[in-house]
Design a protein around this ligand. Sequence first.
Ligand code: UDP
Length: 234
Amino acid sequence: MKEYLKELYPGSKEEYFNLLQNNLKNKQKRFIITVNPETLMQSEKDSELKKILNNKKYSYVPDSIAVVKAAQKNKIILKERIPGIDIADFLLKEANHQKYSLYLFGAKEEVLEKLITKINKEYPNINILGYNHGYIKDKTKEMTKILNLEPDIVLVALGIPLQEKLIESIFPKVKKGIYIGVGGSFDVLSNSKKRAPKIFIKLNLEWLYRILKEPSRIKRFYQNNIKFLFKINK
Ligand code: UDP
């Protein structure tokens, strides 16, 4: 598991955003994987996800403080955490500035509708090529649709590892665009769920806020984060 820590982007969030800006300008493609304890723990029992992590050509970012600290312990210095939701937020702003095209796939139907309304209001220059909620049956068909539309930015909010697997399934054929699996970000970006207050984020306690708000996450937290700590410290 430690071998994946070496692949994480070591620079600052600002530097990473500059990279994305350049990719978009130059019509290059990039598949971003947000790496957190859940990604790493799930890859232990999911060979397809493991293959995605082993590919090394994709762009791996430290989504959570736990992986930044784990890297540090292994003498790998990462400047900071780059949460998927911040990347999604940045991409929306950049798309608005540069009139880029966007495709959104995932989350509950009403959440997605709220997000589309918000984007139309706050980011009117974004060219929304299409969208679909995450509870449709034929997700592969949706990915083919995305592939053919060639959007500049594709946000897939289906949770790990489904979002990564679906993106990987079309990525070899993708010609341009930033593709990222953003987990529960649509819930927050649409204001359906609140993100942790700034002080929690600053103190690296966003994970604690999520548990306090949704105690049902405790089991998942144990399965992923606590087991990750034991594993990485072995
Ligand atoms: N989701 C979906 N289709 C599914 C399962 C999940 O669209 O079949 C969405 C769900 O509505 C939520 C996101 O995927 O918006 C996963 O969010 P979660 O908070 O679990 O992800 P995290 O941010 O913790 O990775």
